[in-house]
Design a protein around this ligand. Structure first.
Ligand code: BDP
Length: 707
């Protein structure tokens, strides 16, 4: 069912007025049991009337294979069937009976070999799968076939997702393979249990108890990752503590990796470039020093001795005070290559972050990484990928795409996005980021003509690339609901789904998530979905619209446009908005600091020409007078005021709409979200008032509509 915006608003208003209708009234008489959010999108609630068909389609299950992953598949189906279908599904041991769900690989299943699906299986790679309604010995069956047990596990979660979302499962022909190879969580967890920019409690990793005691949450975490195709995690903060590479810590890390392995989640570590000095006691960490190279080689050997499928290193070097090769007069390429050489014999990768912005490179922070890294393009070893944040500054509510996407022609580039909502209301505001990430992935870099979208760049379809991937700085912590805000779970979910398939729409991901996390009820999930779909734009409107960015201070949460004092100019707000009586905005055009030239034509021309520049990026690229005429005919000042007012109103509508869903969602989760919406609405008003009051000093114009 599609709900129009008008119906949606009406729903919000009806909720505000305390009205309830039809099925809602019925639901209210039977309160839904409280939920704490721990189960994420894997609640396996009864999917509704479809279960009659499901019971026919899935009468027996057979998993060929004996690995730990195969056992996980069996137990996943067992609990899913009991919860969704209300009964256990018997195992089919020898022959294949009617209604069997057969799961396996050509390697472990004679029946799957006999299906002769070699061509299709050849196309799905190591992690893909086929889900097909087929006939074996003339009996109707469903087959999940893959080339590896992990592929079977992914197929199993896909099939369960169909059931959870009440989709037909009796005429399936699904062939899936992930678009990107590396689909990684990036935790910014410290060894003392705190999380940098974490808003959902302390770290999941109980370092004091590891390696001997294993929290059940480690497997639950890996299961959640596997359910959306995430195949690795960097376990520690990019501002890395060298101790993580000590023998003591590596044993802890290895124990965690052992739990994750059957779920296909590979272990990666952030490393401190100065580890040879700080941990190894060497006099230098110069990447061209033989002793340093030997130290890293020995360290890599030690790691692989403990974790044979270790994924590799993530490195934040020469950024925000972290050591790096430049500390020793070497380039980023020389630093990355030295680590790459240590990992290469074990097939490990280096993910070298492009989040570097040394002030001596250029006065504009937005330009620096491009300048530094394009100079080095082609100089990196094959097992190095450059990890680039979606935008050129830092996870702002809206940024244009980073020009390194498409700009690096001979070096693999992987994308870093941030689910943890550092600049997007943290775990207090309801902000679904699927729409933001789609905007990024669908941006056309024009690196090789029209259609060179970021998604295609990432998949190696624009410049050939032997490493492809997308990672997310991510949000789970020890909070019972993992992510602090129930809706923040959707960002973990959306990341996994998009890393698997960037062509999915934000809407379909929101819909799937709402169905699995809350309900298949048409009206309720449609309302939830619409709330989600509008939420990021709402947030932009009440915080940093029209290309404004970094209007914050230290905690990256509250408005602080007056922030002009920080250890570095580019950590202030005034550096970015440059408001004065003449106007506002950062001139990055050809008449300004020429940042637009880092983009390919015609993107650079579009951003450069104020008439063509999308207004959502206006003040990112242009400096405008307060009475600059917007496309609407309004002055910039009036448009700015109206956008902030609109944002604050939209936040209030979100709240009212959620009120309407009381009784449609269990009381506990409803109340917890409602509590946070109170904060969000108050914050939105605060953003509106403080920003407009501050800029009003410069514009010297009245606020439209204000008395
Ligand atoms: C910024 C965060 C900071 C991180 C840094 C990074 O505020 O805590 O260390 O990014 O990505 O967004 O390295």
């Amino acid at each position: 069912m599609r709900l129009s915006r008008r119906e949606f608003m009406a729903a919000g208003m009806a909720g505000a007025a305390g009205l309830c209708v039809g099925s809602q009234a019925a639901e209210l008489s039977r309160p839904l049991p409280d939920e704490d959010g721990y189960k994420l999108w894997l609640r396996y609630a009864r999917p509704g009337d479809v279960i009659q068909t499901y019971r026919k389609v899935v009468q027996h299950i057979r998993v060929d294979g004996v690995s730990a992953t195969c056992r996980i598949i069996l137990s996943e189906f067992d609990s899913a069937a009991k919860a969704m279908l209300g009964r256990a599904i018997p195992l089919s041991m020898n022959d294949v009976a009617e209604g069997t769900l057969l799961i396996g690989t050509p390697g472990n299943s004679a029946q799957i070999r006999e299906l002769h699906w070699a061509t299709d299986l050849g196309a799905v790679g190591d992690e893909g799968y086929i889900i097909r309604s087929a006939r074996i010995e003339n009996k109707p069956v469903t087959v999940i076939a893959a080339n590896s047990d992990i592929g079977s596990l992914y197929g199993c979660f896909h099939f369960l997702r169909l059931m959870q979302t009440a989709q037909p499962i009796d005429a399936l022909n699904i062939i899936e393979r992930p678009a990107l190879q590396l689909r990684l969580m990036n935790h910014w967890d410290n060894l003392n249990g705190t999380i940098e920019r974490g808003y959902a409690g302390r770290s999941l990793w109980q370092w004091n108890d590891l390696p001997d005691t294993l929290s059940p949450r480690y497997a639950d975490y890996a299961r959640a990752c596997a359910s959306i195709g995430i195949n690795g995690a960097v376990v520690n903060n990019v501002n890395a503590d060298p101790r993580v590479l000590s023998p003591e810590w590596l044993r802890k890390v290895a124990a965690l990796a052992d739990v994750w392995r059957p779920y296909g989640v590979h272990m990666y570590l952030s490393v401190n470039f100065a580890s040879p000095v700080r941990l190894g006691g060497l006099a230098t960490a110069d990447p061209l020093d033989q002793g340093v190279m030997d130290w890293w080689k020995a360290k890599a050997d030690e790691i692989y001795g403990l974790i044979p499928d270790f994924g590799g290193f993530l490195v934040k070097a020469n950024s925000e005070g972290q050591p790096g090769p430049k500390t020793y007069g070497r380039t980023h390429a020389e630093g990355a290559n030295m680590l790459a050489d240590a990992l290469a014999p074990h097939k490990g990768n280096v993910m070298w972050r492009a989040f570097v912005y040394d002030e001596d490179i250029d006065p504009d922070r937005a330009k620096r990484a491009y300048i530094e890294f394009t100079r080095l393009d082609g100089q990196f070893r094959p097992n190095v990928a450059i990890q680039v944040k979606n935008g050129p500054i830092d996870f702002q509510p809206r940024e244009p795409f980073h020009p390194l996407f498409g700009g690096m022609k001979h070096t693999p580039v992987i994308a870093e996005i941030q689910a943890t909502q550092e600049y997007l209301g943290q775990a207090k505001h309801l902000v679904y980021l699927g729409t933001m990430w789609k905007e990024f992935l669908d941006s056309d870099t024009h690196a090789k003509g029209a259609g060179s979208t970021v998604a295609h760049v990432l998949a190696g379809k624009v410049h050939p690339s032997h490493i492809t991937g997308m990672v997310s700085v991510t949000n789970p912590g020890l909070d019972t609901n993992w992510c602090g805000h129930h809706f923040s779970q959707s960002n973990w979910y959306a990341f996994g789904r998009l890393a698997w398939n960037p062509a999915l729409s934000a809407r379909e991901i929101a819909d799937e998530w709402a169905r699995m996390t809350f309900t298949n009820n048409d009206m309720t999930r449609a309302i939830i979905r619409i709330m989600m779909m509008d939420s990021r734009e709402t947030f932009v409107n009440y915080t940093m619209p029209l290309g404004l960015h970094h209007l914050i201070g230290g905690n990256h949460y509250a408005p602080m446009p007056w922030n002009s004092r920080a250890p570095r100019a580019d950590w202030t707000a005034t550096y970015y908005h440059q408001a004065s009586e003449d106007g506002i905005g950062f001139d990055r055009t050809r008449r300004g600091d020429r940042a637009v030239e880092q983009y390919f034509p015609p993107v650079c021309d579009r951003f450069d020409d104020i008439a063509q520049c999308p207004e959502v990026y206006l003040l990112w690229f242009h400096r405008c007078a307060w009475d600059y005429r917007m496309k609407s005919g309004k002055t910039l000042w009036d448009a700015l005021c109206e956008t902030y007012q609109q944002g604050a109103k939209q936040a209030a509508v979100l709240q009212k709409t959620w009120q309407f869903l009381a009784g449609q969602v269990d009381a506990r989760r409803h109340a917890e979200v409602a509590d946070r919406l109170v904060i969000q609405v108050a914050d939105a008003a605060k953003w509106r008032d403080q920003i407009l009051e501050y800029f009003g000093q410069f514009s010297k114009r009245p606020r439209p509509g204000a008395s």
